[in-house]
Ligand binder design. Structure first.
Ligand SMILES: *[C@@H]1O[C@H](CO)[C@@H](O)[C@H](O)[C@H]1NC(C)=O
Ligand SMILES: *[C@@H]1O[C@H](CO)[C@@H](O)[C@H](O)[C@H]1NC(C)=O
Ligand SMILES: *[C@@H]1O[C@H](CO)[C@@H](O)[C@H](O)[C@H]1NC(C)=O
Ligand SMILES: [Zn+2]
Length: 295
C-alpha cells in the first residue's frame, strides 16, 4: 500500500489527533494484562467478574480492558485517572504530593482511581445496606482492571514537564513518535513482529511461562495493610521510568535495537506483574470468606 493512500493519511491524522495523553498500555498491553489475570482468579472471583461484565465481553475480562481508553473523550472527567505526574527529575512518587489532576483536585490520578474503584466493588460486595450509594459496578470493574495495568506502565508515573514522555519526540526505528507511545505500544508491537510471529497468544504464553513467586503481590506484606496497595506499584514505575524509559531517549534521538532489546524484558515483566497483581486484588475483593480477624 502506498504512503499517500487515503487510509494511511487517515491513520496519520487519527494518530496525530490522539497523540496527546490518550493511551494507557495500548490495546495489546491491556489485553495481555487481563488475559494473564484471568488465569489466576479463584472460582469465586471469576464468577463475580463474569456476572459484572457487559454482554459484549462474552465472559472475557480481557475483551473490555481497554474500555476506559475508548470512553476517555466521552467521560472527560476520567482522563486524569490514567496517570500520575511527578516532579521533574526527582524519580520518586508520593501520594499526597502527586495524586491530583492538573488543576489540583486531590485523588484524581491513577492510584486514587484504583483506591476509588476497589472501594466501590468492596462496598457493594460487603454491604447489605440498601441505602448505600449505588455505583455502576460494571464500570468499576473495567476501570479497576485497566488502571492496575496503567499504573505499571513506567511512563504513566513520569515527569510533569514532559507529560510522562508525551512531549519527548523521538524516532522508533524510522518512525517518528513520542516516548510515551513507545512504552504504551511500540515495544510490544515490535516484540510481536520480531519474536512472536505477530501472534498475541504466543506472546502471552511466553510471558506467563516466566511468572514466578517473585511476582507475588506485596499487599500481603506489612507495607500494605488494606485490600489494595497501588502506591508501591507507582513507586516502582517512576523508578523504572528513570532507570530505563528516559535513559538514552532524549528529544530527537532515534531508538533502535539497543533500546528495544534492553527495555523489552522490563515491559514483559511489568505486564506479568500487573496481571498477577490484578488477579490477587480481584480475588481479595470477591473473596466469600473475608475476615478482618485473620489479618
Ligand atoms: C470515583 O468513581 C466515580 C464513579 O465512576 C467517579 O465519578 C469519580 O470521579 C471517581 N474518582 C476517582 C478519584 O477515581
Ligand atoms: C453501567 O455501565 C455500563 C458501561 O458504561 C452501561 O452499559 C450500563 O448501562 C450501566 N448500567 C447502569 C445500570 O447504568
Ligand atoms: C523471561 O525472563 C528472562 C530473564 O529475566 C528475560 O530475559 C526474558 O525477556 C523474559 N521473557 C519473557 C517473554 O517475559
Ligand atoms: Zn489508560
Amino acid at each position: 500500500m502506498g504512503f499517500f493512500e487515503p487510509w494511511w493519511i487517515m491513520r496519520v491524522f487519527i494518530v496525530l489527533l490522539m497523540a496527546p495523553r490518550i493511551h494507557g498500555w495500548g490495546k495489546e498491553g491491556h489485553y495481555v494484562v487481563c488475559k494473564i489475570a484471568e488465569n489466576y482468579l479463584t472460582e469465586d472471583a471469576l464468577a463475580a467478574v463474569k456476572a459484572l461484565l457487559p454482554d459484549r465481553a462474552e465472559g472475557d475480562l480481557a475483551a473490555v480492558c481497554s474500555w476506559p481508553d475508548e470512553i476517555r473523550f466521552h467521560y472527560r472527567w476520567s482522563s486524569p485517572l490514567h496517570y500520575i505526574d511527578t516532579p521533574d527529575f526527582r524519580c520518586n512518587y508520593q501520594y499526597c504530593r502527586d495524586c491530583h489532576d492538573s488543576v489540583g483536585r486531590k485523588d484524581r490520578c491513577v492510584t486514587g482511581a484504583i483506591y476509588n474503584y476497589t472501594m466501590q466493588l468492596m462496598q457493594e460486595h460487603d454491604d447489605t445496606d440498601l441505602s448505600a450509594v449505588k455505583y455502576n459496578l460494571t464500570e468499576a470493574l473495567m476501570f479497576l482492571s485497566h488502571f492496575v495495568g496503567d499504573v505499571h506502565q513506567p511512563l504513566h508515573v513520569g515527569f510533569t514537564g514532559d507529560e510522562g514522555g508525551n512531549t519527548i519526540i523521538i524516532r522508533w526505528y524510522r518512525r517518528k513518535t513520542n516516548l510515551h507511545h513507545v512504552w504504551d505500544t511500540m515495544i510490544i508491537e515490535s516484540a510481536l513482529k520480531t519474536f512472536y510471529n505477530s501472534d498475541l497468544t504466543t506472546m502471552i504464553k511466553s510471558i506467563q511461562n516466566n511468572i514466578t513467586d517473585a511476582f507475588a503481590d506485596e499487599c500481603s506484606s506489612e507495607n500494605c495493610k488494606g485490600t489494595v496497595c497501588p502506591d508501591p506499584y507507582a513507586t516502582e514505575s517512576i523508578n523504572l521510568a528513570c532507570k530505563f524509559a528516559y535513559r538514552n531517549a532524549t528529544p530527537g534521538s532515534t531508538l533502535g535495537d539497543d533500546y528495544f532489546l534492553s527495555r523489552l524484558p522490563v515491559v514483559e515483566r511489568r505486564l506479568a506483574q500487573s496481571g498477577v497483581r490484578l488477579a490477587a486484588l480481584l480475588n481479595r475483593i470477591f473473596s466469600k470468606h473475608k475476615s478482618i480477624a485473620s489479618e
